[in-house]
Write a protein that binds this ligand. Structure first.
Ligand code: ZN
Length: 411
């Protein structure tokens, strides 16, 4: 069993690395060709900057992927999981207590191992290409806050889930699904008030003309708009964005201050019209329902498979604790579902095209959205030359050049 599982794991890692390598090679070969759709925005010099940044990110991504695959593979198949499991069991005899320790320990190890990669990404690559604006002090304070937050939240969630497994051995999959879905929903409601203020300062947008324009457009789309906020994202990075939040009837708009300095009001309205499209076309709701269905399925599958001796057998163990079996199943599920990645990506790209069409109808000018996307793409140094297979597999949005081409054809 272990050999079969190891072969599947290696095959999926190889497929991932192969796709990334293909994408990088495509960029090295074609990265100097200015696409016809972007002649107005991009010259040879700008394109060289964009391609250099993307290539450097991609090369570093490959190194990162190899390192994580080796560490995870060695931990799972090289006996690390069994040793870790026995060590945690020796610390606490209680089902819930040892389970929480198990989960929290893995999270801490993962977070610490990621630190050098994140530091290199932010302070070498982002710095070299002019994106990074944060100090080391702000970086570490962010890291401590987010790591502590995820440890506390995941620890509490694990404690709740394990207590349910103990209390309802025959039906826990149902209760655990309800717990996870409920906490997810609650976090969605609370996050703008409790979590986001820990990292960023939000303040009402006071740009005359723009706030009124946003309100008018949102009303026209039939969405109730609460607050229009500006977030000080420029403290960390010059990457830009804008989004709608709020699960209830009233939505709020959050604009990155970086976006405000890069775009005209008409272009910002076009971007927000696209985001409104996701709400009005029910993309957000449908996605949440599908996630819920997947969660129910995963919990039921875990419920049926966890007791089987085949589960520890997958990583060459004869015995394993409950949380360690769940970890093995999670890695197996992520490997086996890898071939489904292009399906989810294609679904997401279809939603994006639909939101683009909605934005053009609502805002009225296809040219503004095309210009805004061109600006976002060039300011954020997007990859203008993804390998077609890579884009089919992973891209949640249609490749920039294709998307702009479609919009400009409507002008
Ligand atoms: Zn979108």
């Amino acid at each position: 069993m272990r050999d079969v599982a190891l072969s599947v794991y290696v095959a999926v890692v190889a497929a991932r690395l192969g796709l990334s390598w293909l994408n990088l090679r495509h960029l090295t070969r074609r990265g100097h060709e200015v696409p016809a759709e972007l002649r107005g925005e991009v010259d040879a010099e700008k394109l060289r900057k964009m391609s250099d940044y993307t290539a450097e990110r991609a090369r570093f991504g490959l190194v990162h992927a190899v390192a994580s695959a080796l560490v995870t593979g060695a931990f799972l198949f090289g006996g690390g999981l069994g040793a870790y499991d026995r060590w945690v069991q020796s610390l606490s005899g209680s089902f819930v207590g040892s389970g929480v320790l198990f989960v929290v320990g893995l999270l801490v190890a993962g977070a610490v191992l990621e630190v050098p990669f994140q530091l290199y990404g932010d302070f070498r690559i982002e710095q070299r290409h002019g994106f990074n604006r944060q100090t080391a002090g702000l970086w570490w304070s962010d890291w401590l806050k987010s790591t502590a937050l995820s440890l506390v939240l995941t620890g509490l969630l694990a404690a709740g889930a394990l207590a349910l497994v103990r209390a309802a051995p025959g039906t826990w999959w149902l209760w655990v699904t309800a717990l996870v879905a409920g906490v997810g929903l609650l976090m969605n409601f609370l996050s703008p008030y409790v979590i986001e203020p820990l990292f960023n300062k939000m303040e009402p947008l006071e740009v005359s003309g723009l706030s009124e324009g946003i309100r008018a457009m949102t009303e026209k789309a039939g969405v109730h708009l609460g607050r229009v906020l500006k977030v000080d994202a420029s403290r960390r990075s010059s990457h830009s964005n804008a989004y709608f939040t709020g699960l209830g009837r009233v939505k709020r708009v959050v604009l990155f201050d970086t976006l405000l300095s890069q775009m005209s009001h008409a272009q910002i309205l076009a971007v927000l019209a696209h985001e409104l499209g996701h709400w009005k076309k029910h993309h957000v709701l449908v996605r949440m329902l599908v996630m819920l269905a997947l969660l129910v399925g995963a919990a039921y599958l875990a419920f049926t498979l966890v007791p089987s001796p085949a589960v520890p057998g997958l990583v060459g163990l004869s015995a394993a604790s409950f949380p360690s079996r769940v970890v093995v199943l999670m890695v197996a599920a992520s490997s086996l579902s890898f071939p489904l990645t292009p399906l989810f990506s294609a679904w997401s790209r279809r939603d994006e095209r639909e939101a683009d069409r909605f934005a053009v109808d609502l805002h009225g000018h296809a040219g503004d959205l095309a210009d805004a996307l061109a600006k976002l793409g060039t300011e954020n140094l997007s990859n203008l030359h993804p390998h077609p297979l890579y884009a089919k597999f992973y891209y949640s949005h249609p490749p920039l050049v294709e998307r702009i081409g479609t919009l400009r054809a409507l002008v």
